[in-house]
Design a protein around this ligand. Structure first.
Ligand code: TYD
Ligand code: MG
Length: 449
């Protein structure tokens, strides 16, 4: 046993210093340092306990994935759960994390494997209540209400589970560290231990992590570099739709999103996601435009609404929900400069339907279309989808995955698509879908004029 010494760790940003300080140099927070004892690992002549293994010696059958029972979650995980992986599911309170994981537990239990569901957040009765609501009943799901992680390996020895669910990482602790559950040092230590457990026993572990705005509970940000997979569960609580977004994935791509719908009996997969982001009642009214945004590996048709209204005294307002505010300002500036639309005396509001947040630049054209349509108070041509990125000089630029977007547009029954000009529209014209090309905003104004 080595000498025990201490260090001080900032509870906000994990900055470490040898001596206590009032102000953290890392995050400038006051009074955030907590003392932590460190036991140095035994040094000296150590003998390796694990052998070095040639890559080819690892059998293919050792690398496999199994389904979580939820296609959308599987998609974000990169095709399923990898045994031995540590998966962090982050999201606002009440978004549906516990609901989703209970459903995963149910599916895994149905395949004959045991599941440990460690809840530090809710009582066993509360979980039972939720399970009844969701019609879940199983003697393979073992609930554990013991937030001390030091006991977890006992349960694992006893039950040999297929997966473990920790709900949430902010409520568990190890008694080896004196700081309170949820503090940075507890979070790091607990996550590191769970990682070790996952890898040693080849059990996939799901961690629930709350994202809180106040600094009382450390957000899962500090854990992101430890775990294998980070998934964010997003969505507007006022809508039924939820998005699973991969942020980090050691076993797959992070471009994927999963779309789920909260129902009376838990979360359901959405079979035809394009329908949910379009509000049929708004189509044909001024200020409404449809676009095909590429989210992950699939295109989604999404409705945007703009409202341009005369502003009062002072600066005109620009408000965007569902896209970056700066992007809205930029598109407005381009419209003003290139199309001689004077928006300086108008407030501009923009909204993406369904609580979706769009980063795909190819929705620019539809934003411009929605704004001009509201400005002139004229509806856009009906059953038309706009796709294109807007350049600062007013040119409409090419977008990736055009073929897939057009396929989705056609599938959803639209009759027209406005795309960036490349002279290749004939190649896309087929069936009922008419494809129109625009090279710049002038051509675009002529088209919708
Ligand atoms: P929950 O999974 O407890 O959220 P989290 O663990 O992320 O904090 O879900 C909470 C919300 O979901 C709650 O407002 C009720 C709602 N809900 C449904 O609408 N249907 C259901 O079947 C369940 C179980 C929950
Ligand atoms: Mg919960």
């Amino acid at each position: 046993m080595g000498k025990i010494s201490t260090k001080f760790v900032c509870n906000e940003c994990a900055y470490e210093v040898p001596k206590w300080m009032g102000k953290c140099p890392g995050c400038n927070g006051w009074n955030t340092f907590v003392e932590e004892s460190i036991t140095p690992r035994a040094a000296g002549n150590k003998k390796a306990t694990a052998n070095a293994v040639p890559l080819s010696a690892i059998a293919d059958s050792d690398v496999f994935r199994f389904s979580s029972g939820n296609q959308e979650l599987d998609r974000v995980l990169g095709g399923g759960i990898v045994p031995g992986s540590l998966i962090l599911l982050g999201g606002d309170p009440g978004i549906g994390k516990s609901t989703l994981l209970l459903q995963v537990a149910h599916f895994i239990a149905q395949t004959g494997q045991k599941v440990i569901y460690l809840s530090g957040e809710e009582s066993l009765k509360q979980i039972r209540l939720r399970s009844l609501r969701m019609d879940i009943n199983s003697d393979h799901i073992y609930l554990v209400n013991e937030p001390d992680l030091d006991y977890l390996s006992n349960y694992v020895d006893e039950l040999n589970p297929g997966i473990i669910i920790i709900d949430s990482i902010q409520t568990v602790f190890t008694s080896e560290i004196s700081s309170v559950p949820g503090s940075i040092s507890q979070l790091r230590e607990c996550t590191a231990r769970l990682m070790e457990l996952a890898k040693k026993r080849e059990i996939a572990i799901f961690l629930v992590g709350h994202v809180t705005k106040d600094g009382a509970l450390a957000g899962p940000k500090v854990l992101e570099h430890i775990v294998d997979v980070v998934i964010y569960f997003e969505g507007d609580k006022n809508y039924a739709f939820r998005l699973l977004r991969g942020i980090k994935n050691r076993f797959g791509s992070t471009d994927e999103i999963g779309i789920l719908e909260m129902s009376g009996q838990g979360l359901k997969e959405v079979a035809d996601p394009s329908y949910i982001f379009i509000d049929a009642s708004g189509i044909g009214s001024p200020g409404t435009a449809i676009t095909a945004s590429f989210e992950g590996t699939r295109p989604l048709l999404i409705e945007l609404q703009a409202l341009v209204s005369a502003s009062g005294p002072g600066y005109p307002r620009r408000m965007a929900s569902g896209i970056d505010q700066n992007r809205l300002a930029l598109i407005i500036a381009v419209l003003e400069k290139r199309c001689s639309i004077n928006l300086s005396a108008y407030d501009v509001y923009l909204k993406v339907t369904g609580g979706m947040y769009l980063k795909d630049p190819s929705v620019d054209l539809s934003i411009a279309a929605a704004i001009t349509s509201s400005y002139f108070d004229r509806p856009l041509p009906s059953a038309t989808v706009f796709v294109g990125e807007l350049g600062l000089s007013g040119q409409i630029r090419q977008v990736p995955f055009l073929e897939q977007r057009l396929k989705e547009i056609q599938k959803m029954g639209y009759s027209q698509a406005v795309i960036p000009g490349s002279g290749g529209k004939d190649a896309y014209n087929r069936g009922e879908l008419e494809v129109l090309e625009v090279n710049n905003l002038d051509e675009f104004m002529e088209l919708i004029g």
